[in-house]
Design a protein around this ligand. Structure first.
Ligand code: SAH
Length: 191
């Protein structure tokens, strides 16, 4: 399974999860493909909050959303995802249906600017707080690139520490048994 297929699988799972009027978060906006996907799913009565550190990523995404006429239902922040609780209105804490992470570097961008466990893990903690019961957290990780292996190890530890009574989790490997292959973690908050 390629990177693209893992992204499509992730979107397929989220499409079953999301309904019109929902609130969703794209924690790694990048070129905005996932942001546009989420915005389409939540409809004109829903809302998507997007985070990225790179101005170029947010600019490209802004343009994409404008072309697709989706800009009115998306708020983009040039901020680190570990601060999402500070940016998200307090009334939405515990009310989001989905949070998406696509780790690593921006495709076509600066490959040295990658997500880092030091902020990824606090961001995942925040994501668990913003999710509503039955909400879904998805994380696509790339252990194969420099820095990605370390982040993936720390991510695996974080997942192992999730309370089974509160969260259920699933791992989907793009190439089963290959430790450097991209993988998708799906976490659901129990009712
Ligand atoms: N989902 C995107 C791809 C994301 S690539 C798409 O569909 O195109 C990963 C992105 O995470 C990069 O754009 C990078 O700038 C961003 N990123 C890295 N560290 C971050 C952080 N601490 N907070 C938010 N975004 C971050």
């Amino acid at each position: 399974m390629t990177r693209i297929k893992l992204v499509s699988l992730c979107q397929h799972l989220l499409a079953q999860q999301l309904a019109v009027g929902d609130v969703a978060i794209d924690a790694t906006v990048g070129n905005g493909y996932d942001t546009a996907f989420l915005a389409t799913q939540v409809g004109s009565s829903g809302k998507v909050y997007g985070f990225d550190l790179q101005a170029a990523a947010l600019q490209a995404t802004n343009q994409r959303l404008q072309q697709l006429n989706l800009l009115d239902r998306v708020d983009l922040y040039q901020a680190s995802h570990h601060q999402m609780l500070d940016w998200l209105p307090a009334r939405l804490h515990g009310r989001c249906r989905a949070v998406m992470f696509n780790l690593g570097y921006l495709p076509g961008g600066d490959k040295t600017l990658i997500t880092q466990a030091a902020t990824t893990l606090p961001a995942l903690d925040a994501a668990c707080q913003v999710l509503m019961p039955t909400g879904m957290l998805t994380v696509i990780a790339y252990p194969g690139h420099a820095g990605g292996d370390q982040e993936n190890r720390e991510l695996a530890n974080w997942l192992a520490g999730l309370e089974p009574a509160r969260f259920e989790q699933q791992l989907i490997e793009s190439d089963v048994g290959n430790p450097s292959a991209p993988r998708l973690f799906v976490v659901r908050k129990r009712r």
